[in-house]
Ligand binder design. Structure first.
Ligand code: SAH
Ligand code: SF4
Length: 449
């Protein structure tokens, strides 16, 4: 039993998890939390009272890695004062060649290192560290078959992420995901349906299906099934209120998926369709397998079939060789599509990816200047979209108190818009109707009806 640790009311030892990166990582952290709770530990939001601290890392961009280095380093003195504190580092960063050794060299006080393919073994590693006082480093190069039945301790009681497929086969030239998450593997539809049915029986209202490219769901399964078929099956689950999914690769968005969104009443009118660039030349260099015209045609079809659909995207600026003209093509595409929101990224060189080896890398100064211009256009377009909601009556799933004003509640529309309004705490977790009074760049204000 650790000394020097504060216990909570139930006298259990506590754990704290740092989660970096995408929704997949959030779901992985919910699994780590589920396993630890099964072992009798309890979660804390205060790392100073934890006896186990886990870093679930991301390596998609350099920034995410820098944060991890800094935060592990900050534990050096805490570990000195409390040598029984157990520090674990896992996730995508650990799958990179040489990274685990580098972390151990820099931070020898780390107790456990594991990768994305063996996270389910965490309880075993933890027991070994506690009993035998050893340091563990175990990374598997290759993905295993999908491990079902890992317990999950979810952050929300209303909304849940459900992973439908792991890995990625696309090898976009800038991206490390295929190297650190392995090849595409789909979960069996029955396992997915059973997980969702269980969530609905516990009162969950919204399910977000996760995968790096959900449109290619089903490949390699014994049962013949496409993503569109899966959507239609999930829509039939009794009691489900809202279905979302991400991410859709534009090259694989079939008409059938568009029709499923149109036809299924539980599927929200929202799609995240990362374009990355508005220039066909850059898209080719990125290995995205669509050009500007293809993307605009998909958008046309989506808008025609699903009126009022909200479209969000991811954009990278400063990809190697991006000319001023290429960048302007990105800006004009944003205006032409009228995105509801965009996650904007400065291109980050990632070791071992083809783009890192390309000549014509853009200077940091240029990347930042373009990024600032990009933000201006994205915000202008987003506020115009939000303005179009003024005066409308919308269904909002209430998440909890508003972040900026605790006299208000906050929730999301079916189109994924954040709405702040005055309501009753008993509305939390419920669907309510809200009239939109005014629009801001990133949210809407409204009155409950
Ligand atoms: N599978 C998803 C995205 C996964 S990564 C998809 O294909 O859309 C999330 C986003 O991070 C990407 O869409 C991309 O915009 C961004 N990204 C990935 N690698 C990057 C890099 N090296 N530099 C900057 N942004 C990057
Ligand atoms: Fe990365 Fe491309 Fe795969 Fe998305 S589709 S995870 S951007 S390689």
């Amino acid at each position: 039993m650790n000394k020097n640790i504060v216990k909570n009311k139930s006298n259990k030892e506590l754990f704290f998890i740092y989660t970096y990166g995408c929704q997949m990582n959030e779901e992985d952290s919910e699994k780590l939390s589920g396993m630890l709770k099964n072992m009798g530990y309890e979660k804390t939001q205060n790392k100073l009272e934890a006896s186990i601290i886990i870093f679930n890392t991301c390596c998609v961009r350099e920034n995410a890695e820098l944060k991890v280095y800094g935060n592990i380093g900050a534990l050096k003195n805490i570990k000195k004062e409390n040598p029984d504190l157990i520090i674990a580092v896992c996730g995508c960063m650990m799958q990179q060649k040489g990274m685990a050794d580098m972390i151990l060299k820099k931070h020898p006080f780390v107790d456990i290192i594991f990768g994305t393919h063996n996270a389910y073994k965490f309880p075993e590693y933890l027991n070994r560290v506690i009993q035998d006082k050893v340091q563990i480093k175990e990374i598997m190069d290759k993905e295993t078959k999908i491990i079902e039945g890992v317990p999950i301790d979810r952050d929300s009681d209303t909304k849940a992420f459900v992973t439908i497929m792991y890995g990625c086969n696309n090898f976009c030239t800038y991206c490390v995901v295929p190297y650190v998450r392995g090849r595409e593997r789909s979960r069996k539809p029955l396992d997915i349906e059973n997980e969702i049915k269980d969530l609905i029986s516990k009162g969950y209202k919204e399910i977000t299906l996760l995968g790096q490219n959900v449109n290619s769901y089903g490949k390699g399964l014994d049962e013949e099934i496409t993503f569109a078929d899966l959507l239609r099956r999930i829509n039939e689950i009794d009691g489900i209120k809202r279905i979302r999914f991400m991410t859709s690769h534009p090259k694989d968005l079939s008409d059938e998926v568009i029709y499923a969104i149109r036809d299924c009443d539980k599927i929200c009118e929202q799609i995240h369709l990362p374009v990355q660039s508005g220039s066909s030349d850059i898209l080719k260099k990125m290995n995205r397998h669509y050009d500007r015209e293809d993307y605009l045609n998909i958008i046309k079809k989506v808008k025609k079939e699903i009126p009022g659909i909200a479209i969000s995207t991811d954009i990278i600026v400063g990809f190697p060789g991006e000319t001023e003209k290429d960048f302007e093509d990105t800006l004009s595409l944003i205006e032409e599509v009228g995105f509801d929101s965009a996650y904007t990224f400065i291109y980050s060189r990632r070791k071992y990816t083809p783009a890192d080896m390309m000549e014509e890398q853009i200077t940091n100064e240029e990347k930042h200047a373009r990024f600032n211009n990009l933000m201006k256009i994205v915000n202008k377009v987003a506020i115009n979209k939000n303005k179009s909601y003024e005066g409308s009556l919308l269904e909002v799933l209430v998440d909890g108190p508003s972040k900026n004003d605790d006299t208000k509640l906050c929730g999301r529309t079916r189109t994924g818009k954040i709405v702040n309004f005055v309501g009753d705490t008993k509305d939390i977790g419920e669907l309510v109707n809200v009239k939109i009074t005014n629009a801001l760049s990133f949210s809407l204000n409204g009155e409950k009806i």
